[in-house]
Design a protein around this ligand. Structure first.
Ligand code: NDP
Length: 828
């Protein structure tokens, strides 16, 4: 092409990044071994898988195909390393992590080239986004390692962590997982995605360079069925952190149910990109490019649903088509291309299949006139219009460069359309009216909301989903709690483990409260005796002659006392086996009514925190007026001494005060990531929480769960302790007289496990708390996989609810909230 012709077309020439150093590094190392205990070891299977360059479809490298034997070896190495790494001072961990960050920067170009070769993503993105963010994560979390002892007193590492990452951001996902894990003192076994292991293996080499102690980080490559599943099921892994598809996330939830493994899942999305008619449309067009054509649309939070206000739709679509016509597609190492290759032929086929389905379903497809390269796995940027919200392409994660556009008329319609998905990972809102954008952001069910921007990430700001996009957060301080546990909990698990191994499991699981109850029974008997003596006057003789007025509590649903649907009652017994009352036998229908009532009370979340605080104080005030009566009820049900029961009643009042105090103080933070702007990290209620109360401390256990949940704006359906439900049913009148709006607290008595199962299965329940036997915990976790609801279960352990460290505080507030990060860039 001569200069005149270049001036005519204004076409960019090729600007290839040199691949030679990356290819030389691959040649020098392959076939790649597994990285276990800081050594390269051959896989037990002696098998290798091939890594392909998606831009050329040619083989790139041979990578070890591990199996469960290798996984076991890696977990053992991590366990041994944990003994010392878990006790290493934060400053020492910070030094290692600082060194890792520095070494990533030193090898930045090699890492960027390897990532582009292996994944097919453009060098522009790996060089300017992925790798700098990887370094940033290690710097940021080096800081938390340094600060852990001061800022998180009372927290310990979780132990050995199994981490499973996808292929779309191979090294960045590794950093999101490994950096917070190491900062908190955990050791790691990481499985990269089968298609993209190379940068993880270069990272392993960096671990050797910085002299990280052996076994702290282990990298095990191979297939999901051999490595991923073995890691998930390994009994000596304490936590699984997974990023990938919702289907696999669901299967991991099921596989780990009842195992006591901590779990965080970052899953799929179908994120809305909402454009109001006052937005700057040229900026919007560039935003759309970054939302859906960044990384070929293989981004969990890709803005894949374009929602346009009706009056600008035509203009915006026309502008978009012009821009799409000018996008450049090609070899990932070409610095001038906008769109690289799709990761694999399988993924390419799946995108094509969904696009065909979109056409069959009647949507109108548009692609630019230019052709994709014929070598490699390429798919052109694609725009669908005339899309109906219920069609497959509007609902399913396509995970490719495919945008589906729909229209709305009013902000209310925009919110309804945005939330019309089972996912909830991210959203973008475009408007020049900040008031409107900031009004819309909290109404969208998503973990990240970008205002007039999209796909921004930073280590300081948490990332993670609502609904079927998973649970748990990566990034920010909230990300640390995924890799840490309260010291008392770690100690309790350790004691339980020792007792179980010494054959004393039954003793280990015995509730401390049960012990308390038994020890106090004698004392209680004596006190009862004393009370009788004190009341031996004429009046009490008259009272004794009258039969007691029957009090049979019903269900408490939607602010009303409702008869149980079954028409059955269940007997309540004291510790001597004497019948002391009856409560309704709740069933599936009662739970469904309660969930409906809880949803109808959603205005509770948007009300002022000050009001919620006032109502909690009011509940405390009304409870305190009947403190003695509540204490007597505790004695009657549990047989503890009157003194202990009085202590429990008083602690319940104090607990209500605590959460009244927190209601307007657990407010979130403002992050200042490296951009001109701010990120508001707001703890939002989870919505409807189902909860099964513990048997120990019938009043305090109930209040300790109810109070934080409603303080944070959730509405709840509570199953009181089946053994001692009367303390909870006695609260009906307290709730009725304390201005608690109808439907905020719903109480259904009955069989704990039967009712919990209905709640855990229910698609309109967003989180389930269960404090009861291990088998019940397992069932709840298993059932929760249906809509991927969050769970918080006790694994059959009991806690000392009187203790303010175990029984109240920020752990309860974290379980009651999910953090939404709202990104607000500013400046011209
Ligand atoms: P997967 O969810 O299958 O894979 C993600 C990771 O999990 C990989 O390391 C994979 O290993 C591993 N894995 C797969 N099955 C299991 C299992 N049963 N137990 C343990 N680990 C397992 O995603 P795919 O790569 O198959 O992509 C399919 C779809 O998933 C995409 O089209 C997209 O919709 C979605 N996806 C979402 C991502 C996100 O960031 N939210 C990322 C990637 C995909 P291996 O590579 O060996 O199969």
């Amino acid at each position: 092409m001569n200069i005149m012709e270049i001036f005519d077309t204004m076409e960019y020439g090729p600007a290839p990044e040199a691949a030679n150093l990356g290819l030389a590094w691959i040649a020098e190392h392959q076939p790649f071994g597994l990285f276990i205990n800081n050594k390269w070891v051959k896989p037990a299977s002696k098998q290798y898988i091939e890594s392909i360059n998606p831009s050329t479809s040619k083989p790139l490298a041979r990578v070890a195909a591990a199996n469960s034997e290798d996984v076991d070896k890696a977990v053992k190495a991590a366990r041994t390393a944990f003994e010392s790494w878990g006790k290493t001072p934060g400053h020492v961990r910070a030094r290692y992590m600082y060194a890792i960050a520095r070494h990533i920067q030193k090898h930045a170009r090699l890492l960027a080239v390897l990532e582009s070769l292996d994944n097919g993503k453009t060098i522009r993105e790996t060089r300017d986004i992925d790798i700098p963010l990887v370094a940033r994560h290690f710097y940021y979390y080096a800081g938390w390692a340094q600060l852990m002892e001061q800022e998180m007193p009372g927290f310990a590492p979780v132990g050995v962590v199994g981490q499973i990452i996808p292929w779309n951001f191979p090294l960045l996902m590794l950093a999101w997982k490994i950096a917070p894990a190491l900062a908190m003192g955990n050791t790691v076994v990481l499985k990269p995605a089968r298609y993209t292991s190379l940068t993880a293996l270069k990272f392993a080499e960096i671990m050797q360079e910085v002299g990280l102690p052996p076994g702290v980080v282990n990298i095990v490559t191979g297939e999901a069925s051999q490595v991923g599943e073995a890691l998930v099921r390994h009994p000596d892994v304490n936590k699984i952190a997974f990023t990938g598809s919702t289907d696999v996330g669901r299967s991991i939830r099921r596989a780990t149910a009842g195992s006591g493994k901590k779990l965080s899942l970052e899953l799929g999305g179908k994120s809305p990109f909402i454009v109001f008619d006052d937005a700057d449309l040229d900026s919007v067009v560039e935003g759309v490019v970054d939302a859906i054509w960044f990384n070929q649309g293989q981004v969990c939070c890709a803005g894949s649903r374009l929602l346009m206000q009706e009056n600008i739709a035509e203009r915006l679509v026309a502008k978009l088509r012009v821009r799409m016509e000018h996008l450049r597609i090609g070899d990932s190492l070409d610095k001038g291309v906008d769109i690289g290759a799709i990761v694999s032929p399988g993924q390419l086929k799946e995108i094509q299949r969904l696009v065909n389905q979109g056409v069959e379903e009647g949507a109108q497809m548009w692609q630019p006139s230019w052709a994709c390269p014929t070598e490699g796995y390429f798919f052109p940027p694609t725009l669908f219009t005339n899309v109906s919200p219920a069609t497959t392409i509007a609902q399913v994660e396509i995970f490719g460069p495919v945008l589906v556009a729909m229209t709305f008329r009013t902000p209310e319609e925009a919110v309804a359309l945005a939330n019309n998905t089972r996912f909830g990972l991210a959203a973008s809102v475009w408007s020049d009216n900040t008031n409107l954008a900031l009004d819309i952001a909290p109404r969208i069910k998503a973990g990240s909301v970008w205002i007039n921007c999209t796909n921004l990430f930073d280590a300081s700001s948490g990332f993670g989903g609502y609904r079927e996009s998973g649970f748990g957060r990566e990034g920010g301080k909230e990300g640390l709690y995924e890799y840490a546990q309260p010291v008392w909990e770690a100690r309790m698990k350790q004691e339980f483990h020792i007792a179980e191994n010494s054959g004393n499991g039954a003793a280990a699981s015995k509730s401390s409260a049960d012990g308390r109850a038994m020890a106090a029974q004698q004392e209680a008997g004596e006190e009862e005796h004393k009370d009788d003596a004190g009341e031996n006057d004429g009046m009490s003789a008259y009272r004794d002659a009258l039969p007691a007025i029957d009090r049979t509590p019903k269900m408490f649903i939607g602010g009303k006392q409702a008869r149980p649907d079954s028409g059955y009652s269940r007997e309540v017994y004291d510790r001597q086996g004497r019948a002391i009352g009856q409560v309704g036998e709740g069933n599936r229908k009662d739970i469904r009514n309660a969930v409906e009532a809880a949803h109808a009370a959603c205005g509770w979340a948007s009300g002022a925190a000050h009001t919620r605080a006032q109502i909690l104080y009011y509940i405390a005030e009304n409870l305190s007026a009947r403190e003695d009566e509540f204490a007597r009820r505790i004695v009657q049900q549990t047989g503890v001494s009157h003194a202990d029961a009085a202590r429990e009643a008083r602690a319940s009042i104090s607990r209500l005060f605590s959460y009244a105090a927190w209601a307007d103080k657990y407010e979130g933070v403002v992050h200042r990531p490296p951009l001109r702007g701010a990120v508001l990290a707001l703890p939002e209620p989870i919505d409807v929480i189902g909860m099964a109360c513990p048997d120990e401390f019938p009043l305090l256990g109930f209040i300790s769960l109810v109070a934080p949940a409603i303080a944070m704006g959730n509405t709840i359906v509570v199953i009181p302790s089946p053994q001692s439900p009367l303390s909870a049913t006695d609260c009906y009148q307290v709730l009725e007289t304390s201005d608690v709006p109808a439907g905020v607290v719903n109480i259904v008595t009955g069989h704990r496990d039967t009712l919990s199962q209905v709640l855990a299965d229910h698609d309109d329940v967003d989180s389930m708390w269960y404090f009861g036997p291990l088998e019940g915990c397992r069932r709840v976790e298993l059932a929760s996989a249906g809509n991927m609801k969050r769970t918080w279960v006790s694994y059959g352990h009991t806690r000392d609810w009187l203790d303010t460290v175990q029984g109240e505080g920020q752990e309860f507030l974290r379980e009651s909230t999910q953090v939404k990060n709202i990104w607000i860039p500013y400046g011209e």
